[in-house]
Design a protein around this ligand. Structure first.
Ligand code: UDP
Length: 195
């Protein structure tokens, strides 16, 4: 796939529709696939943080989240077509997940927020299978327990909303242990969804 390099971070040249299709494709792969949504803040952070940069570049799909990335792309090669935000991409997949009975796990935000987000999602997508939720404020010691909760929920999709850098680092560290098929970092999306 065509991609551009914005200050060392790979951004895939993909529009919203194709990104959505790719995510659905990922659901039938044998190993977990990771979707990151780099925006300008993340790219600036990655400039000063080699490890974060490396992790971002390991995303199986890096969509251009943020109009800044779309604009910047003009100076770094290919022009990107449009902005693909994590929130919009996540929401666009819900009808598909509902229809295919795809199991969804929501991880992140303060205690109670993911529960509220689940309620709101279920109001809109009545048959959506949200197989579990967990807040994003757990300790290193609790990490394996959280991974186990996710795995025993049999989640196909894991949305990780623990803020930029933290969520990407968490996904990178736990990817091998997770049995989900699609893992997506979605920033503050659960806060938005819970409102
Ligand atoms: N968050 C979390 N665990 C943490 C820190 C933050 O789950 O240890 C959540 C926070 O509750 C919010 C989201 O991550 O829902 C984004 O947080 P913030 O706005 O601080 O992060 P940013 O993406 O702006 O860095």
């Amino acid at each position: 796939r065509k991609s551009i390099n914005v200050l060392g971070v790979r951004i895939d040249c993909i529009n919203f529709d194709k990104a959505k299709k790719k995510c659905i494709e990922f659901l039938s792969s044998s190993s977990p696939k990771v979707v990151f949504t780099p925006n300008v803040e993340m790219i600036m952070l990655a400039r000063r943080d080699e490890k974060f940069k490396k992790i971002l570049n390991l995303g199986d799909l890096n969509v251009p989240d943020g109009i800044g990335v779309v604009w910047a792309s003009k100076y770094f090669g290919e022009k990107l077509y449009e902005r693909v935000t994590g929130f919009d991409l996540m929401m666009s997949l819900m009808p598909e997940f509902e229809e295919k009975k795809t199991k969804v796990f929501l991880l992140g935000a303060k205690p109670g927020v993911a529960e509220k987000a689940k309620e709101n999602l279920l109001r809109q997508y009545k048959k959506l299978e949200i197989c579990g939720v967990h807040h994003g404020y757990f300790s290193e010691d609790e990490n394996d327990m959280v991974v186990e909760i996710i795995n025993s929920s049999k989640a196909d999709v894991l949305f990780v909303a623990m803020g930029m850098k933290r969520q990407e680092e968490w996904i990178y560290k736990n990817k091998k242990k997770l049995k989900c098929k699609l893992i997506m970092g979605v920033g503050g999306s659960l806060d938005v969804l819970s409102g």
